[in-house]
Design a protein. Sequence first.
Length: 168
Amino acid sequence: MSKQRRPGLRLPVVDFLDTSVFVEILDIPFRNDHRAEILAEMDARLKDGVRFVLPTATVVETGNHVFQIADGSARRRCAGTFMGMLRRTAVGEAPWVLHERTWDGSFLVSLCDGVSTGMDLAEHAVRRQLGTGDLSIVVERDLYASRAQAEVRIWTLEATMATWAELS
């Protein structure tokens, strides 16, 4: 699925935000050890013209992390920040856009087939590779890349997810 490049032409870069990065941005307790570095890296990428996309699984997984915060006041603070980020995303004020697409039959077939990972969903489960959320981010990235004239990656802090962060 790699894009053909013409000599001297640099494709725009689009990074899908993995949950491991988004929880750092939102400052989720116990999931924010690299927050300063992530914010600095995001700023550098934005200055380099990188565009960001927020996949559905990242929203769902991040919400789950927020709701699991034990301390009630911290949970309320993070839920408010999360809700504010979602609202800014909805109206186009966030530094990323939502990947707007529907989960249809074709999407589920791609998820089951494991898209570009070379393993189907069952094999990922047996080998303890990508979970369904992470695999759905890879599916979203691949679908986006098939339509875009861009280099499309996944920005992640997870070693297993990093294996499939770049399209080959």
